[in-house]
Design a protein around this ligand. Structure first.
Ligand code: PLP
Length: 436
């Protein structure tokens, strides 16, 4: 739950952290690869030991629904990568966003979220959270002050994605997190599309809630999510704004989280999420999936480099193509959107590219049907190149006006550029454009 291995080795570069943070070798067998601890429960040394674990007087393994040694390594490694103090591996990106919000908000409260969101998160906030009494107020992030305008005394968190598709407008992290901090409101950031490129905690965010399914895993084989606590938010300073970190919690024999785990570090938020929400909702990550995420994570910085390089080349190619109206890519934007991209993304503009085809809806479908190497899937962040036509799939339930608001035109195609050789990527796009 802490990041001591990276600190002991004094690693400060992503490429080394993803290989070494949180684990050196197995204490029993000296195994260098992180073992899959496929166990549900853990033998206590004594009744005192068990009592101390349950009372959080010492941290240790109780039951895999709440913690697991394989998961612990992923949690430490991702916390180290993001510069946080602790992580919590959960069963999906959706679980991560749901628990990240429910850790600070209850029925009668609200959160303010950017409108530029993954559709699944939108549904979660607009429907499921609404049904349990947590209101989500959606605001256009173009003007950061919109977050403040939508805030009242029941607002518990701000929520946004670093690099949201389809618009690919990088979120104003520093601007909104500063406004929130003045009011005692933490910014929760979904960094799914920008791990390795953007460090939201360096720009004031308090919590990361991401999907591991995409770039972190990188190989399209498992569903998982991660919550990371920056340890930089002063919950105690805002007793009225943040009641659930400051009032006795009946679900954990009256623990006041902002105080209870102080001797263990600034980990009140992430410990509370683990020992109450994860314990009770059971949205744990399977250790087998964790092992696969650890394999993927080892090459995240290398893969991101290639994703970014390939995506930039693809964006240039498409931007000059006569069948493409507009190419949506942060590196091709100008004005405020370009400034945000250059401020918050380092090492590239990500692996996602959008195009609006001159032939509209039909051209979008023809283009997708003609692709040979690209996979036609509802996913991003795989090592393989992926494509989808949102107007006929992910966004087909929305009216044309709603589609337009979210940045989806009839001829819009979303590309998640993989790490194949650039010549093969361009060749596939070229022959598909011939058919569009
Ligand atoms: N956040 C973003 C930006 C996503 O793209 C997705 C899934 O596509 C999620 C969260 C949800 O992640 P998962 O599919 O792991 O639940």
């Amino acid at each position: 739950m802490t990041v001591e291995t990276a600190e002991i080795l004094e690693l400060s570069n992503d490429a080394s952290i993803v290989l070494h943070a949180g684990y050196r070798s197995d204490p029993v067998t000296n195994a260098v690869a992180v073992p899959i601890y496929q166990t549900s429960s853990y033998q206590f040394d004594s009744t005192d030991h068990a009592a101390n674990l349950f009372a959080l007087k010492e941290l240790g393994n109780i039951y895999t629904r709440i913690m697991n040694p394989t998961n612990d390594v992923l949690e430490k490694r991702l916390a180290a990568l993001e510069g946080g103090v602790g992580g919590l591996a959960v069963s999906s990106g959706q679980s991560a966003s749901m628990m990240a919000v429910m850790n600070v908000a209850r029925a009668g409260d609200n959160i303010v979220s950017s409108t530029d969101l993954y559709g699944g998160t939108w549904n979660l906030f607009a429907n499921q959270l609404q049904d349990i009494g947590i209101e989500c107020r959606f605001v256009d992030p173009e003007d950061p002050e919109n977050f403040v305008r939508a805030t009242d005394d029941k607002t518990r968190a701000y929520y946004a994605e670093t690099l949201p598709n389809p618009k690919l407008h990088v979120f104003p992290l520093r601007e909104v997190s500063d406004l929130g901090r003045e009011l005692g409101i933490p910014l929760i950031v979904d960094n799914t599309a920008a791990h390795g490129l953007c460090k939201p905690f360096e720009h004031g965010a308090a919590v990361i809630a991401s999907s591991c399914t995409k770039y972190i895993g990188g190989h399209g084989n498992s569903i998982g999510g991660i919550i990371i606590d920056a340890g930089n938010f002063d919950w105690e300073a805002h007793p009225e704004r943040q009641p659930y970190l400051n009032q006795p919690d009946p679900s954990y024999h009256g623990a006041v989280w902002a105080q209870a785990v102080k001797p263990l570090g600034p980990i009140a938020y992430i410990i509370k999420a683990r020992v109450t929400l994860l314990r009770d909702s059971g949205q744990a990550m399977s250790p087998f999936n964790t092992f696969l995420f650890l394999q993927g994570l080892e090459t995240l910085p290398l893969r991101m480099e290639r994703h970014c390089e390939n995506a930039a080349a693809v964006a240039d190619y498409l931007n000059a193509h006569p069948k493409v109206n507009t190419t949506i890519f942060p590196g091709l934007m100008d004005g405020e959107f370009r400034r945000r991209a250059d401020t918050y993304l380092k090492g590239g503009y990500g692996g996602l590219v959008g195009i609006d085809l001159t032939g509209g809806y039909e051209a979008g479908q023809n283009f997708i049907n003609a692709l040979k190497m690209f996979y036609h899937v509802a996913n991003i962040g795989d090592s393989r190149s992926l494509a989808i036509h949102p107007a006929s799939t992910t966004h087909s339930q929305l009216s044309p006006e709603e589609q337009e608001q979210t940045g989806v035109t009839p001829g819009y195609v979303r590309l998640s550029i993989g790490i194949e050789h650039i010549d093969d990527i361009i060749a596939d796009l070229e022959q598909a454009l011939d058919a569009a």
